[in-house]
Each structure stands twice: as C-alpha cells, then as structure tokens.
Design a protein. Sequence first.
Length: 429
Amino acid sequence: MISVQKLKQAIGESKEIGSSNPILREKYFAWLEKSIKNKLVKAVIGFRRSGKSFLLKMISKSLESKNNPASNIFYLNFENDLLSNIKTVQNLRSVWEIYLREIADPAHPIYIIWDEIQLVKGWEKLVRALYETEKYNIYISGSNSNLLSGELSSSLSGRCLTLEINPFSFREYLSYNKIDHKSYYSNKHAIDNAFAIYLRRGGLPEQFKLDKIYSDEYESGLVRKIILDDIIKRYSIENINVLQEVFEFIRGNITSTISLRKIVNRLDEQGIKVSATTIDNYINYWQTSYAIGKLNKFDYKLSRVFDRVSKYYCIDNLLIKDGEENDEKRLENLIYIELIRRYGRENIYFGQDPNGYEVDFVVKLENKFKFFQVCYKLDDKNAKREFGNLRLINKYIKGESLVLYLDDLRKKETSQNCQSVIEWCVTNS
C-alpha cells in the first residue's frame, strides 16, 4: 500500500496547475463554487481533456484561499502513476484511512476531490459510505457516462449533482487567444481568422498551440487513449479492429442518418463479419466515452421522437478527419456541440417529416421549440430550401427559426431569420 510520503506527493502533484495560459471557464467555475455549500456529491463528467481536472484544481485553490487548510483538501487524480496500485474499493478505503489518520486536520472541514475515479473498481461504495456520514464535501470526476448511468445512479440516486464539461466554446477559444469578442464588428477580421482555425481544430485546449502535424498526432493519441482506457479495459473488448472501424465509419458519416445495417454492410465489404447487436454495443461504448453523440429523429408532423433513425456527431471537431472537403460537416458538427452546450444533449433532435423534409436541429424545451438550419454557403438557390423547410415545420409546430450560414452569397439578401454562424457563436453563447 502507498506510504504517507507518497500519498502526500500524489496529493500535491494532483493539485498542480501548469504554467500555460489558463482560462477560467466562468459558467462552470461559478457552478462549482456555488455547489460548495451543498453536501450532495458533485459529479463532474465529460470528454477526455476537455478541462475537468483544471476546473477541479481551481476549486481546490479557491478553497485554500478561503482559509481551508491545504491538508484538508484530499485531491487525488487516479491517473497519477503513484496511485497505479489503487485498483479496488478496498485499496481506496485503505488510502482514505491513511489520509484521515496521518494527514487531515480533524478540527477543520474535509473536502474530497477524486479525479478520474472510474479507474477504481467499486469506488461508489466508499463514496456512498462517506456521503452518508454527512461529514464531507465530495467531488468526483470521470470520462465515462456510466459514472452516472451505471455505478453512481444505483448507489447515489438522488444524492448527486452533475456538471457536464464540454471542450472550449468559440468564445472561450477567443479568450484563450486574447481576442476581444465583445466588439465583434470592430474586431471582425481577427475573429473570422480565429474561427477558420477553430472550425478545423476544435476546442480541446491542450492542442491549441500545436502545429497541424502535431495536432494530428495528438488526435490519434487521444483516440487510442479512449480505446485502451475508456473502452477496452472497461468492457473487456477483444475485437479492437471492429471497435476502431465502427468509430471510423461514424466520424466519416456525421450529419447523415446511420443505421446498424449500413455499418454491418460496410464491414462485410471489408471482409469483417459482425452482428448488428455487436455494432450497437460498440456504438454505445463510444457514446459512453463522450466521443460521439446520438441525435434521434423528431417527426414534426406527428410530433413524435423515433430512436431507430439516428444521426451521430463528434464531441469536438478535432475528431473529424480529412481536409477542407469536410468543412461543411464540421460547421454542422460545431453547431451541434454549441447547442448541447447551451440546451443539454437530451433536448436536441433532428427534424424530419414522413416526406423526408428535414430540419438540421430541433431544440425541444419545456415551453417552446427552436429550429435551426445550417448552411455553409447560403445562396439564392439553396435559400429557398433552407427557409422553406423552416416554414414547413412551423405549420405543424410553432417555434423560433434560424438559418445559420458561414458565407452569404445571396443577391436578394434579407437578414430575417438568419445569422452568421460566427456572430451567433460570439454574441449568443
């Protein structure tokens, strides 16, 4: 088991904040600050390298600045090599007892921050036991949605608050690059140039300063990390090649409707025999890692959701491969990410009626609908289709409609019900 000296070292290393350009993500940080007063377990979830650990480190620093002893902030990142032997809840219980006996100050409150906790098997049993003592303020984080839908939901149902962290928004990307977004029109040239990079490179902060060749290597390494740590180890996958091919097919076909049969047929063409059930499981594993998101069909004529007809999107544009020929898909993917950031993934659909007339995104809120069409280059020819589909959906369901475009090439231009994607990202998030 770990020594007191090594445990102290692991706590110190877990709390360390690098010297890179830190951007305090105000909405997320405000949520975490406010949650300190609540004794429910706080679960911080989301895609790998999207900034969960940084926010938890900032909360740790904030707690220390409020005269909480550093020794009473029990911050452990379970990806630290010093903690590699902490694999079971029994190991974790032993570490907790060492900490409580040798490090913590019993005269002050104790804050528990356990990062990437899903690496410890059975962790939820100890977290529940500690929660039920009503003595501790507990934060946990993980890069797998089963942190909530599996272990946590059964052990801590009703005892948990959840914060999902997404990669940097475009506004956050501008802040990182010290570009003022508040004066969009006076700063339009710099903002437009930054958007061209963000469209291709996405919002994962570790790769912002990398050259393109290194950014590509970063993306490949990230996918391997997800496959090895978030999927294979967790679900004991043997057919790694099929797992990889499923992901390659999905990210190569984002924005299009995808059926299990399509994937089975594609793999069959490559000489890979696999059942639709296996494909369905593998897609679900990729979803639990947050790498991809599923969008179900909302039939606006029937006002029903159909979960057998789906589209998929990537959580970050860095995961979309190839060159400028995929920029139109990247733009739609970017809007998807921004919509789930604003409204929550559970409220987003794509719209389609029985005749196949389609609306890119339907946001279904408690008391209203929002409809979005995304157009890379809006011209007189496609404007009729884009605006026509929005008028059609409003015949059946009333809601706010908007066409978002990157370039407006119309000769008969009107600003009604349309807006530049860049302006929308900058002024409305």
